[in-house]
Design a protein around this ligand. Structure first.
Ligand code: TYD
Length: 205
């Protein structure tokens, strides 16, 4: 495989996507692939500063400001981390990406989804993930996994998180080729097996 691959991991807070991402990274590295791990918001440098603001700022934050901060971080992640790695033929695994904006700011906060799609496109410069996993989980289970110490987004309430979950399922219906939905209440091993079966088909294609 010469061409790089861009794979994103999506789902509710506490769905286990970060664990699955790390397991997949190990699986791919064992097979000899060069893997780059990143996350949104965050990644490194300025991205981590934006993450800090988005998750821990205590004062009032407008929904549109929140959206633009996630998008600014996304542009930085794409330009500084994702694009260069893909151009070098590496496999990039990214914890959250464009679908988070659609699910959280669109379906969750109620901002216009067409606008978010257009802004996402600007932030990514048109680069799309080759594959996206959505780890689907009911709100009660995900909130119990998150525990009592919640960040600003995790504290947004049950109704908000229900809308986010439905949002993900709706996006997945619209793009079944790119987006694979997995049941996040299964065991870590079972989910990892399903993830690797899907990936195996792509890397051996
Ligand atoms: P995440 O890194 O998954 O947090 P943790 O691993 O600590 O659960 O995501 C941070 C939060 O940001 C999460 O609640 C989802 C939210 N988010 C959005 O609302 N929109 C976005 O575009 C992104 C990337 C994340």
């Amino acid at each position: 495989m010469k061409k790089g691959l861009f794979i994103t991991f999506e789902g509710a807070d506490g769905c286990g996507k970060s664990t699955q991402m790390e397991l997949l990274a190990k699986y791919l590295q064992k097979k000899g692939y060069e893997v780059v791990l990143t996350r949104e918001p965050g990644g490194k440098g300025l991205g981590e500063k934006i993450r800090e603001l988005l998750l821990n700022y205590n004062g009032e934050v407008s929904d549109r400001c929140e959206s633009f901060l996630f998008l600014a971080d996304r542009a930085q992640n794409i330009d500084i981390i994702v694009k260069p790695a893909i151009s070098a033929g590496k496999i990039v695994l990214c914890d959250r990406h464009t679908d988070s904006s659609v699910a959280y700011q669109g379906y969750g906060r109620g901002l216009d989804i067409e606008h978010i799609n257009r802004l996402n496109n600007l932030a990514t410069n048109g680069l799309k993930p080759d594959l996206t996993f959505v780890f689907d989980i009911d709100v009660e289970t995900s909130m119990s996994r998150v525990g009592k110490e919640k960040d600003r987004m995790e504290s947004a309430g049950k109704e908000f998180h229900n809308c986010v979950r439905n949002g993900y399922l709706e996006i997945a219906k619209q793009e079944p080729e790119r987006i694979k939905v997995l049941d996040a209440t299964e065991s870590i091993e079972e989910i990892h097996k399903k993830v690797t079966e899907i990936i195996y088909k792509i890397i051996t294609n």
